[in-house]
Write a protein that binds this ligand. Structure first.
Ligand code: 5GP
Length: 247
């Protein structure tokens, strides 16, 4: 069995998700998250396999989580996992929200409000969706998040603050890679000591990024919208990220 650089060995596969696998490890405090080559859109209505996507996403996600940690934004990231598509994370209880940050209006926002595509927001616009495949991840108002006991008012304020910090950190990160961040989705969880941290992944599966020069999509929209060159986009982003992180 392979041993990763932080000395934690993965043991059994706990969960095979739409895009990622979750492994137990020999230390109950940690999990291994393995990004797969599976891709899906429309709540699983459309699926495919993109060769090398898992490794590309993991490289990007680890670089971003490392940068968040450097900036003092708490995450569950620990270090690289047993293969190039895996990372070791602290076990956290997921909070059932998807937190969306938008610099420009597009995607579901434009459909919902019939506004101009790529309308630029003043700063980052934050909204929440209730994470449920059954319910179709509906937008959830702040009052409902509190009324349903998902977060206290104070925790919601803290998550909003962290999301703003994440937004500007990843916008600068992608700008360094000649990318323009349009919007993103992040998730949060609670560590056993109650601390709220950023969890999961931040990658071209969870962000819209355009090439700063050509305006071409370098993310999952290429798959959602049948634009072609899906693998090429993930590999291009990974190459750019490796370029800035390796010196
Ligand atoms: P929209 O709400 O416009 O569809 O998406 C806004 C942003 O959040 C996009 O960057 C999109 O990739 C991300 N996002 C929203 N929901 C999901 C989701 O269920 N899965 C993933 N991977 N990304 C999502």
């Amino acid at each position: 069995m392979k041993v990763n650089p932080v000395g934690i060995e993965r043991t059994e596969l706990l969960h095979k998700g739409k895009a990622n696998n979750v492994w137990a490890t020999d230390d109950p405090r940690f999990l291994e998250l393995e990004a797969s080559d599976r891709i899906s859109a429309g709540n699983g209505a459309k699926t495919d396999v993109i060769s090398g996507k898992g490794e590309a996403n993991n490289l990007i996600s680890m670089a971003i989580f490392s940068q968040l940690e450097e900036k003092g934004i708490p995450t569950h990231y620990v270090g690289p996992g047993s293969n190039a598509a895996s990372k070791i994370v602290l076990k956290a209880e997921p909070i059932l929200l998807e937190v969306i940050g938008r610099f420009f209006a597009t995607g579901s926002y434009v459909k919902r409000y019939e506004c101009q595509n790529m309308l630029e927001f003043d700063g980052v616009y934050i909204e929440y969706t209730y994470k449920s495949d059954n319910a179709g991840d509906p937008v959830i108002p702040n009052d409902a998040i509190v009324a349903l006991g998902i977060l206290t008012k104070r925790e919601l304020g803290y998550i909003e603050y962290l999301t703003e910090q994440v937004a500007y950190t990843i916008r600068d990160f992608f700008a360094e890679c000649d990318g323009k961040l349009i919007d993103f989705k992040i998730e949060f969880g609670r560590l056993p000591n109650g601390q709220i941290v950023v969890i999961d992944e931040i990658s071209p599966d969870t962000c819209r990024i355009l090439d700063a020069k050509t305006g071409e999509s370098l993310d999952k929209d290429r798959f959602r919208k049948d634009m072609g060159n899906v693998a090429e986009a993930y590999h291009e982003m990974a190459k750019r990220v490796a370029g800035i992180t390796e010196g």
